[in-house]
Structures are given as C-alpha cells and as structure tokens.
Design a protein around this ligand. Sequence first.
Ligand code: NAD
Ligand code: UDP
Ligand code: UDP
Length: 320
Amino acid sequence: MNKRVLVTGGAGFIGSHLCARLLKEKNDVLCVDNFFTGSRSNVSDLVGNPSFELLRHDVTFPLYVEVDEIYNLACPASPIHYQRDPVQTTKTSVVGAINMLGLAKRLRVRILQTSTSEVYGDPDVHPQPEDYRGRVNITGPRACYDEGKRCAETLFFDYQRQHRLPIRVARIFNTYGPRMHPNDGRVVSNFIIQALTGEPITLYGDGQQTRSFCYVDDQVDGLVRLMGVDQDIPVPVNIGNPTEITIAELAHRIVAMCHSRSVISYRPLPQDDPTQRCPDISRARDLLHWKPKVDLEDGLRRTIAYFDALLTRSSAEIHA
Ligand code: NAD
Ligand code: UDP
Ligand code: UDP
C-alpha cells in the first residue's frame, strides 16, 4: 500500500528533492512549509501531481494531520538565513521538533530528523565520528542553529526512550546541487554565480578551511535508506561525502570549470567559522550500506548547468 509521507521544509532545497524521490517511489507526499527560505517554485514540477499536497504551515505551531511517516527538515540552513531571525531559528528547531514528535507519537509512526554536522561546532577531532561530542560556541552567532539542532536531537532520543517512538536522526554534512538558493550565501552557490557572471570570487579568510561536499541525490538516498531501516536506531548517523577539499581549491576548480576570468577577492573569515569538517561515514556504510556515488566534479558540473540556466532565464526576463 502507498504510504502517506509528511515532509516538513519540503519546499526547500533538500526537501524538494526528497519530495520528488518519494513521489517517484509511489508514495503520497504532504509537503509542509512556511516558505521562510523555500519557495513554491522549488516544487512547481510536483504541484500538478495528484499524489502531492502542499500546505503552508509553520512547524512552531501544532499540526494535526494523518500520515504514515515524517521527515522533519523545516529549518533555515545557511548562516545568513538562520542568523536573520535567530530566535525563530531556535524555536523552529526546538518547538518544531516537539510538535512533530507529538504528531508522530499520536500516530505511532516513524519520524526522521535532519540534524547537522554543525552539532560538532569547530571540531578538534577529525574526521568527525558520531560519538564525538563537538565544540560549539554556545553564545556565538551560529549557536541559534547549532544549539537548536542539538536540543532537537536530545528531544528525539528522549521521545525514543520515554515513549518508545521509532526515530531516526541524520547528521547532514554540507550538501549542494540544483535548487540551492542563489542568494543564501553558501559557498558553492556563491562561487558558481560569481564565476558565471565574472564577478570576484569572495574567499573568506585564507581559504585553507576545509569542507566535504555531498551531492543532493546522494544525500536524499541516505535519508530514505535511514528511514527504511527496520530496526531501532538508538544513535545519530552522519550522511555526507568524505572527500575533503579546502575552500581555496574549491574556488579554483569552479573558476576553471566555468571557464571564468573571475579573480579571487579575500574577505574576512566570519566568526566561529569551522576550520575543518569531514564526516566519518563508517556507521552509514555499515547500517545503511550507503556511500555517496556522485563525485565533486560531476556534481559541480550538474550544479553549474542549473545556475547557468537560471541566470540565462533571469537575464531573458530582465530584457523582455
Ligand atoms: P532550506 O532553507 O532550503 O530548506 C528549509 C525549509 O524549511 C525551507 O523551505 C523553509 O521555508 C522551511 N522552514 C523554515 N522554517 C520553517 C518553519 N518554522 N515551519 C515550516 N517550514 C519552515 O535548507 P536545506 O538546505 O534544504 O536544509 C534542509 C534541512 O537539512 C534543514 O533542517 C537543515 O538544517 C538540514 N541541513 C542542511 C544542510 C545543507 O548543507 N544543505 C546541512 C546540514 C543540515
Ligand atoms: N502535537 C501536534 N500534533 C499532534 C499531536 C501533538 O502538533 O497530532 C503537538 C502538540 O502541540 C503538543 C506537542 O505536539 O504540545 C507535543 O506532544 P506530546 O503528546 O508529546 O506532549 P503533550 O501534548 O503532552 O504536551
Ligand atoms: N565561504 C567563502 N566564501 C563565500 C561563502 C562561504 O569563502 O562566499 C566559506 C565559509 O567561510 C566557510 C565555507 O566557505 O568556511 C562554507 O561555507 P557555507 O556557508 O557554505 O557552509 P558552512 O560554513 O555552514 O559549512
């Protein structure tokens, strides 16, 4: 029988890919979003599908619906978005988690939380395994996101222990691909747009900080597999691509792939910017038999093609 699946934050970047994947697997999808950072256009291809329903709703308010499974993605994810209204960011993570857990508890259904590598803060263990407890600055500008997500994890594991709720917690590492926001300040979208338009590439700090970038299809596959495991999972699971790269190297690669003449423009490093980040994915390999399939070159090529088409479309609209 088809499942009816709730995806909160379903009109966002990862959420829209997840909705598409779930529909492809013949599920009914209820996408709930308040459009804080997501948009109808992200799911415009899905809207005519009779198995897809879109509901404008803020997860900090209770939600009474009937579903068989819940993916809780609602939360702004990029620093400029989650720092725009930091109090709302923490509320979304914490109160949103309580409401979605309450819903899952009433329905006795599986619920998956998209947590984040940010729970590790600026890590002094490298790469980061799930049992590393992190180094988050509790009072800094990133804390609304990091601590909100940490508290949400606590709630998930307490609902599991206290109410025997079937929960899943994925710790997502930097993910990129088509439908990333053009203006959310994330490094992959910034660099691609700057390279395609010939603008200077804004490299923060000396560019020696590292990240590990996971293509969105791999990310969604990891989330779906984690949800599908038919046993209790009393631990969080890292989902990310362990290929690590410095931000300076990423800038050079993107400039070369876009055949761009953009120059590098050095800018100050934002406060609390982690110096290194790379997932240890042994647990995902063992539990989910999952590993990323799309390498950075291929993923960047697909993402560059997306932004190229987007820029061509918007310039055609401006000149129309
Ligand atoms: P996104 O900003 O594109 O999507 C988040 C969605 O949640 C948006 O559509 C937004 O409108 C919606 N939303 C925000 N607050 C809401 C609220 N109160 N009620 C209802 N909807 C709300 O971000 P994304 O990159 O797609 O991230 C999805 C999830 O994955 C987030 O929970 C994020 O923390 C997590 N994550 C993402 C990354 C990444 O690299 N993209 C890394 C780690 C974790
Ligand atoms: N909740 C919801 N939908 C439901 C059931 C609960 O949004 O179908 C919310 C409700 O606002 C509640 C929260 O989830 O405050 C937590 O629910 P739980 O049953 O865990 O706690 P309680 O209702 O006892 O506070
Ligand atoms: N970054 C950069 N230039 C930009 C945007 C980001 O050098 O225009 C750097 C940023 O300082 C960080 C890395 O790229 O070290 C990844 O930033 P992003 O905001 O994409 O993700 P996060 O910091 O949340 O991992």
